[in-house]
Design a protein around this ligand. Structure first.
Ligand code: ARG
Length: 461
């Protein structure tokens, strides 16, 4: 007799081609420890409802512990003809307990409510791993910001020089999206912690089992209100896949800056030898492969999300076998992030900034023109005129190949009577940066406050 969980109504066993298609142990065996935890909790509920005696419950739980130990050290593994993790574990449990006891465990549950619960447990555990890794990355970013409190670089819009900003401000701008991803993980976990166990195949159980006992023992919150929803919904999986994709995208945007900053043309950063790679032909090369892999993997994470959403779209209620396709994409997203994040954090932590080079470039491209316009506003000029006057100063300088602070007093006056020599006090990058004291601005005082709040946020997670 095979270990199949069904077969009574079938005259023949599955065709080999179907068995090959149907088999999922190659990717769902990873859920075995969670399935066993679910089984222990389910045994408690069966005993509470009178379907297992005290002795049977003790024996069942001891057998499940033994099974967990065998799974952990590799003595218990799926067989070639096990359909899925659930079938394999029932076969392996019965090897320990005999069929009289082991054969009782499946009462009042279905693989449908089991799998819906197990995937939540797995994702919750890995959400905690990813959270820890994101916190390490935030520490690395915050440390780099704190180590360069006065460094200035050209802030860009449209990739063109825009206004000078503090490096710490720019770095912190990459930290806040990661903080929001941590918030998303926390919000998601409150939804993911609801328990589908007890929903059975779709309609609930007639055996009077208390789903609360299972949920509590699994460390989950309340059972879901609707057994159809509980077994058929996978929005919790899709939402998790979205969060991993968004993390990938945020890493990718920082990666793109690091890749640009690391070019000869920018020359803002150097990568540590331990976190960069060489070329097999060009001896001089030192490449930002970690950043490129982060950029590349973000595409893969987006693909995992969109593939899953496409699988879910149009599925009628309740369980359909299509739902088995939820696991590989989201498991892959987790695997990719868990291998990427430590390397990425190492790269960020060991970046060396050429603050002199950044400061030299910061005022170029007439990036202080806005400061001139705002200085004029403070002198009582309306902004439309101030913008115009400052623009004429830019044109004057561009034609002569000089920078904004270089025209003589007479040249300034010839452009506008409002342009008195006093304007030169805002034509330094430090003056410009430190004048931006508005909320969230790049002035040192604001950035110091911002970094303190960032540290508080980091401590909160
Ligand atoms: N392997 C299935 C999945 O991942 C488990 C549930 C199977 N249920 C069923 N009736 N075939 O969704």
């Amino acid at each position: 007799e095979s270990g199949a969980l069904w077969g009574g109504r079938f005259a023949s066993g599955p065709a080999p081609a179907l068995a090959a298609l149907s088999k999922s142990t190659q990717f769902d065996w990873i859920l075995a420890p969670y399935d066993i935890r679910g089984s222990k909790a389910h045994a408690t509920a069966l005993a509470a409802a009178g379907y297992l005696s005290e002795d049977e419950l003790a024996e069942m739980r001891a057998a499940l512990d033994e099974l967990a130990a065998r799974v952990a050290d590799g003595r218990a593994v799926p067989a070639a003809d096990d359909e899925d993790v659930h079938s394999a574990l029932e076969r392996l449990l019965i090897e320990i307990t005999g069929v009289q006891l082991g054969g009782k465990l499946r009462a009042g549950r279905s693989r449908n409510d089991q799998i819906a619960t197990l995937v939540r447990l797995y994702l919750l555990d890995h959400a905690a791993v990813i959270r820890g890794m994101l916190l390490d990355l935030l520490d690395a970013i915050a440390d780099q910001a704190a180590a360069h409190p006065d460094a200035i670089l050209p802030g860009r819009t449209h990739l063109q020089h825009a206004q000078p900003v503090l490096l710490a401000h720019q770095l912190a701008a990459h930290a806040w999206p990661i903080v929001r991803n941590l918030e998303r993980l926390r919000d998601w976990a409150s939804r993911a912690s609801a328990s589908p166990y007890g929903g059975g195949a779709l309609a609930g159980s007639s055996l009077g089992l208390d789903p609360r006992l299972v949920a509590t023992e699994l460390g989950l919150g309340d059972p879901l209100e609707n057994s159809i929803d509980g077994t058929a919904a996978r929005d919790v999986v899709a939402e998790f896949a979205f969060i991993t994709a968004q993390i990938g995208i945020d890493l990718s945007r920082l990666s793109e800056e690091i890749i640009l900053w690391n070019t000869k043309e920018f020359g803002f950063v150097r990568l540590h030898d331990g976190y960069s790679t060489g070329s097999s032909i060009m001896p001089q090369k030192k490449n930002p492969d970690i950043a490129e892999l982060a950029r590349g993997k973000s595409g893969r994470l987006i693909g995992n999300l969109t593939g899953l959403l496409a699988t879910l779209k149009g599925l009628p209620l309740a369980y359909n076998r299509d739902l088995q396709e939820d696991k590989e994409p989201v498991f892959d997203s987790i695997g990719q992030l868990e291998v990427l994040l430590p390397a990425f954090t190492g790269m960020v932590a060991t970046l060396t900034f050429d603050t002199k080079r950044m400061a030299e470039l910061a005022p170029q491209g007439f990036s202080l023109a806005t400061d001139v316009a705002e200085w004029l506003v403070k002198q009582g000029v309306i902004f439309r005129d101030a913008h115009e006057i400052s623009g004429e100063l830019v044109r004057h300088c561009e034609e002569r190949g000089i920078e904004l602070h270089e025209p003589s007093d007479a040249e300034l006056a010839s452009i506008s009577a409002h342009l008195t020599p006093a304007v030169r006090e805002v034509l330094t990058i430090e003056g410009s940066v430190n004048s931006r004291v508005g909320a969230g601005g790049t002035a040192r005082v604001r950035v110091d406050e911002q970094l303190a709040r960032l540290a508080e946020q980091i401590a909160e997670f």
